[in-house]
Design a binder for this molecule. Structure first.
Ligand code: AMP
Ligand code: GLY
Length: 396
């Protein structure tokens, strides 16, 4: 297995190449020179740049949508229009590129209200405003002050939905798809969902709120219509459709689409598959998902993210990390922002550093195992939430 660019963790399993993920011609060249038989594209940036299209053109099988498919993540306006056109449940919204019109629309709505930059903003382009004044300043930040660059030149003003969130990962191949087990993410930096939003501080699977009956409703009202809508728009989508859903009193509604696996949801979902994930992705790439039987373990999984203290604001890198050589069965420490310094020492190299994952018969057991492992990781700048899975544990 080859990985580009990889990190200090995956280097134990794969040969890593110093090619950046968004260097499209570099990756295609690498795939060619190494005679790659199959390429799985992880992040959104290269998908948006057309990496999957170029690999397909080079005759290399690929899992990950075309640039047109990746637009479902790259443009919230595009996705919202698609959802409206196909009658898929989502919050009401207005589309704006002029401040005056946006502010006039705001005056016709009530707080709380949500202001979203159209384009990719690394999870920071959404403001859930508690007052209209807060919403006005978000509009001005985006449209007048260009705080989000080109991604904020167009905005959406969306009604605020209330409820619990769940993430549904769907492996899609054209008109066919396989829904992976449900999960829930914890987006805020602090315990009790306090503080600013992050890329995700922890996740668990299954999300008990998503009962089999509710999953059936989500499939019927959201997943099937979305896959059909995408195919009907002429997009040959082969990749992951990550659907962020709000479970409202009025039924499940789409918050967003991503066109890749979610982080940290994936760390909690994949360990529960008895099916080899590679087998599933390969089936998708070959257009062979029809009738695919996914095998899921009855276990619970949790992922607690260890970040560098200060994240999502300013944080230091280069801090030494020591992970115990032997971890208990069912526990894995997955790397995100890690690197080796010139002396070979494992060090922090990003905001979110490690994903400590545990699988057990119950969520409480898995949480206890993951937290023991978090304790045992030595790193002077480590930070993690203490309440991952807490909402579900309190409900049990
Ligand atoms: P998005 O990137 O569009 O999923 O937005 C990021 C986060 O903002 C979501 O996970 C929700 O927590 C919140 N959010 C987005 N849209 C809404 C909405 N219409 N109502 C309430 N919260 C929202
Ligand atoms: N956890 C949400 C994401 O990957 O965007």
């Amino acid at each position: 297995m080859l990985c580009a660019p990889g990190n200090a963790g995956i280097a134990a399993d794969a040969e890593c190449f110093a090619v950046k993920a968004d260097d499209v011609s570099g990756i295609v060249g690498l795939a060619r020179s190494e005679n790659a038989e199959f390429v799985v594209v992880g992040p959104e940036a290269p998908l948006v740049l057309g990496l999957a299209d170029e690999l397909a053109e080079a005759g290399i099988p690929v899992y990950g949508p075309s640039a047109r498919g990746a637009r479902l993540e790259a443009s919230k306006t595009y996705t919202k229009r698609l959802l409206f056109k196909h009658g898929i449940p989502t919050a009401a919204a207005g589309f704006f590129s002029e401040t005056r019109a946006a502010l006039a629309y705001l005056r016709t709505r009530q707080a709380p209200i949500v202001v979203k930059a159209d384009g990719l903003a690394a999870g920071k382009g959404v403001v859930v405003a508690r007052t209209l004044a807060e919403a006005e300043s978000a509009v001005r930040d985006m449209l007048d002050d260009g705080k989000f660059g080109a991604g904020g030149r167009h905005i959406l003003i969306e009604d605020c939905l209330e409820g619990e969130e769940t993430s549904i990962l769907v492996v899609v191949s054209g008109w066919e798809y396989v829904i992976l087990p449900s999960s829930q993410d914890h987006k805020r930096i602090g315990d009790g969902d306090k503080g600013p939003n992050t890329g995700g501080m922890g996740a668990y699977s299954p999300a008990e709120v998503v009962t089999p009956a509710l999953m059936e409703t989500i499939d019927r009202t959201i997943v099937r219509p979305s896959v059909d809508a995408i195919a009907a728009e002429g997009i040959d989508f082969c990749g992951t459709l990550f659907i962020g859903i709000m479970l409202t009193a009025d039924g499940p509604k789409v918050l967003e689409f991503n066109t890749r696996f979610g982080d940290p949801e994936t760390q909690a979902v994949l360990p529960r598959l008895a099916t080899d994930p590679l087998h599933l992705l390969w089936a998708a790439a070959r257009g062979a998902l029809g009738g695919y039987q996914l095998q899921v373990r009855p276990d619970c999984a949790i992922c607690v993210v260890i970040s560098a203290r200060g994240y999502p604001g300013h944080y230091a890198t280069g801090d030494a990390i020591e992970i115990p050589a032997a971890l208990p069965p069912g526990v894995a420490v997955l790397h995100a922002g890690t690197a080796r310094d010139p002396a070979g020492q494992l060090v922090t190299a990003g905001g979110r550093v490690l994903g400590v994952t545990a699988v057990a018969a119950s969520l409480s057991e898995a949480a206890a195992m993951a937290y023991d492992a978090c304790e045992s990781v030595r790193c002077s700048s480590k930070y993690y939430r203490r309440d991952i899975g807490g909402r579900q544990l309190r409900r049990l």
